[in-house]
Write a protein that binds this ligand. Structure first.
Ligand code: GTP
Ligand code: MG
Length: 444
């Protein structure tokens, strides 16, 4: 996974907040110290790290906790929002419309490969792309473009001696919606490259000039995007090779602070290894919590938690088929359980057996029918349910026996999870304990 290490340490920071017994200056500082360490390891500029830390500290300790939020929730929210803001702004990607895109960047940054990836990206969104081989500097560059284009089944325009000639030829002869202009790299953005790119831009008249930067340059991405921005003008950045380095965080933060928008990241050598960059989604995935805000809102909308008695029972470790029935109903309102689990700090990081919680809605509905067909005793003591009862329940509910068995198995797993979580520390008093309780995951 991309930036696994940064993700792990961020996850830990959130978990730590959940486990704190009170939020005071010392607690905030200790979480921030952890955060600083992990950001520095991701090659984020030290000065930026300090700025971020100060901003988080100020917001959390200002005493202005939004109404309806505990200080702990507030802390989590501030941390999350600040990290998102830090790693980028706005949504990435490009508008799905006819346009011309010029890719610029230093040697080996991934321009030519990215040209192919972008073509594929647009094609799968219903547009007709073509590649334009404006790297006349490296002998094999035109060949590389032609090969990529033919593997995608799209045209490549390669005719012309100089970059601007190739561009002009393409503009005269192409009928495609999206033209992607590759350009030559250099060791540095020197005068020669600047002149060539300016000339090329004049001929190609691009709507977008995207700087291609490899993630492994880390914080140096700031200077590079500033320089390219000043000398040739850029409308955005693509950070490549996110798969091969721990420095991606530094590159993203640096590009963002330079004022550029990161439009895409690429994560491998295959033509499909590209994605529109959305800092919110990226951070959500990085820390494995999904969207924190969405979770809070959903929980409120669903009006869950009315049944405090059931929650009490769960806290005390009792958990029978009646509780399970209720849970399933609540989950149906909220989406799959594994998704919900991912969104709960402290649980998101819990290592659960794969597939344990992956229950589809359709199945939940049938399970409820099956539980409806159980007797009150069976619901109180599911252990009573043996073969003959399974077959009776299956007949009564119209749910296949195999699924009734699956339901029982899932019930037992959940019961075990409840016990396990009850034994664990930290989460019991965490900010999300209330929400967890409402999901029937209480007592953690
Ligand atoms: N792992 C990985 N490799 C990548 C990625 N993007 C590009 N590469 C590799 O990086 C190398 C250079 O890519 P190119 O697309 O040729 O780079 P370029 O900027 O066009 O290079 P020049 O034209 O020589 O300046 C190739 O081996 C690519 O396969 C990526 O996202 N992940
Ligand atoms: Mg190239």
């Amino acid at each position: 996974m991309v930036l696994e290490k940064l993700g792990d340490s961020l996850k830990q920071a959130f978990r730590k907040i959940s486990s704190l017994s009170s939020i005071d200056r010392e607690a905030v500082e200790s979480v921030i110290r952890d955060l600083q360490r992990s950001l520095l390891q991701a090659d984020v500029d030290a000065e930026l790290v300090i700025e971020l830390s100060d901003s988080i500290k100020k917001k959390v300790l200002s005493g202005k906790t939004p109404p309806g939020m505990t200080l702990k929730e507030h802390f989590i929210k501030v941390l999350y929002d600040e990290i998102v803001g830090f790693l980028g702004k706005g949504e990435g990607g490009l508008e799905i419309k006819p346009q011309r895109i010029l890719l610029v960047g230093l040697f080996g940054s991934g321009k030519t490969t990215t040209a192919g990836k972008l073509a594929k990206w647009f094609r799968s969104r219903g547009l007709k792309p073509a590649l334009v081989a404006c790297d006349t500097f490296r002998p094999a560059a035109k060949e590389q473009i032609s090969q990529t284009a033919s593997s995608l089944g799209i045209p490549a325009y390669t005719e012309g001696k100089s970059p601007k000639d190739v561009a002009a030829f393409a503009l005269r002869n192409s009928k495609e919606d999206v033209l992607i202009f590759d350009s030559a790299g250099r060791n540095a953005l020197d005068e020669e490259l600047a002149r060539e790119l300016k000339e090329l831009a004049k001929a190609a008249k691009p709507d977008e000039v995207l700087l291609v930067i490899p993630a492994d340059i880390g914080q140096a991405a700031r200077r590079q995007s500033e320089e390219f921005g000043k000398l040739v003008g850029i409308t955005g950045v693509i950070v490549t090779k996110m798969d091969g380095t721990a420095k991606g965080g530094g590159a993203l933060a640096a590009a963002s602070v330079s004022g550029a928008t990161v439009k895409f990241i690429t994560t491998g050598e295959k033509l499909s290894d590209i994605e529109a960059y959305d800092p919110k989604r990226f951070v959500g995935r990085l820390i494995g919590y999904g969207d924190l805000q969405g979770l809070l809102e959903k929980a409120r909308e669903a009006g869950i938690g009315a049944d405090a008695k059931s929650a009490e029972r769960l806290m005390s470790g009792k958990f029978d088929m009646n509780d399970f029935y209720e849970q399933i109903g609540q989950m149906q309102k909220m989406g799959s359980m594994s998704k919900i689990i991912e969104m709960i700090p402290g649980l998101g990081g819990m290592k659960l057996p794969k597939g344990t919680l992956d229950v589809q809605e359709e199945k939940m509905r049938r399970w409820r029918y099956a539980i409806d067909s159980m007797t009150p005793e069976e619901r109180k003591e599911p252990d009573l349910i043996k073969a003959s009862r399974i077959s009776r329940i299956a007949k009564g509910s119209g749910v296949p026996e195999s699924e009734v068995r699956e339901l029982l198995k899932y019930f037992r797993q959940t019961q075990k999870l409840m016990k396990m979580a009850k034994g664990g520390k930290g989460f019991r008093r965490g900010p999300f304990a209330q929400i967890a309780k409402q999901f029937g995951l209480g007592g953690m």
